[in-house]
Design a protein around this ligand. Structure first.
Ligand SMILES: Nc1ncnc2c1ncn2[C@@H]1O[C@H](COP(=O)(O)OP(=O)(O)OP(=O)(O)O)[C@@H](O)[C@H]1O
Length: 273
């Protein structure tokens, strides 16, 4: 594993999304400085995990990339054009999947395709393909209340992926799941990422999850959030192979884990002081 500080210049090549000197201030009773001077590039096919103390601006950063909010300063760009509003090229998955309770699994997955007026036969074929990919082909006619938490999250993932987005933005998608389901979902996501080659930005509070999935792990400072350290990682490849769990106990994995935890804890402590 190579450890290195974030470098703006070297990150420009083959970037899908670029945030350049982005800051975000929420206008509340008093101004809330959520993000400060963020320089970040997401490259084609990367799996970038974002960690940091609670309230440091992770979701804010993701919302800027999604196009839900605009930076107060700086630029957010995708494929060379300013990000302006939400767009199906950037799929978003939240911790609590906002599924339509009155629609079946199949219709929830198809919803975005219908909005985009994709022809019926193509939409049907894509929906079945993605239901299969997330292992829900037998639950197409179920309503959300008939599904477990992990299954609902599978629907949310399929609903985003069915649009074949170039970028998938995930805000603590497995945070509410039990440990076993969480590991199964990580494995499912890793396979989908590998197969689809889409670029993923993934927020988590779980250092092990970030190291097990990411090809790059970014650690943010306390608010106003800045990216303070970047770890290039490749554990995800080994974990996808045989004897996967051994990787989690290797010296490299444990060292990276300790370093990241120490960085975050340092931020949390100085935040309290
Ligand atoms: N719409 C808003 N209006 C005002 N302040 C906001 C708004 N959204 C977020 N904030 C504030 O901005 C800061 C960053 O919030 P954000 O949700 O981005 O942090 P986070 O790192 O994702 O937090 P957590 O890890 O706890 O989910 C927090 O202090 C939060 O209270």
């Amino acid at each position: 594993m190579v450890l290195s500080e974030p470098g703006w210049a070297e990150e420009q090549a083959d970037a899908v999304v670029v945030l350049k000197n982005v800051s975000l201030t929420y206008q509340a009773d008093s101004d809330i400085y959520a993000l400060a001077n963020i320089d970040l590039s997401l490259h084609e096919g990367e799996f970038v995990c974002l960690l940091g103390p609670s309230g440091c601006g992770k979701s804010t950063l993701l919302k800027i990339v999604a196009g839900f909010i605009s930076p107060s300063a700086g630029q957010a760009v995708m494929d060379g054009a300013a990000i302006q509003g939400a767009d199906w090229h950037r799929g978003v998955v939240f911790q609590q999947p906002p599924l339509y309770p009155w629609l079946t699994t199949r219709d929830n997955v198809r919803f975005g395709l219908r909005m985009r007026n994709i022809p019926e036969s193509e939409s049907r074929q894509l929906t079945e393909e993605y239901l299969r990919k997330v292992g829900l082909e037998e639950f197409g006619n179920h309503k959300p209340y008939e599904l477990s938490g992990g299954m609902k999250q599978r629907v949310a993932i399929a609903r985003s992926l069915v649009n074949k987005p170039r970028v998938l933005l995930m805000d603590e998608p497995f945070g509410a799941l039990d440990a076993l389901t969480r590991e199964q979902m990580q494995s499912l996501l890793r396979n989908i990422w590998w197969e689809s080659k889409c670029t993923i930005l993934f927020i988590t509070h779980d250092v092990d999850e970030a190291l097990a999935l990411g090809t790059r792990v970014l650690v943010m400072s306390k608010r106003p959030g800045r990216i303070v350290k970047e770890f290039k990682t490749s554990f995800t490849y080994a974990i996808s192979g045989e004897n996967s769990n051994r990787v989690r106990y290797t010296a490299q994995f444990l060292q990276a884990r300790e370093e990241i935890l120490e960085l975050i804890n340092r931020q949390e402590i100085s935040y309290i002081i």
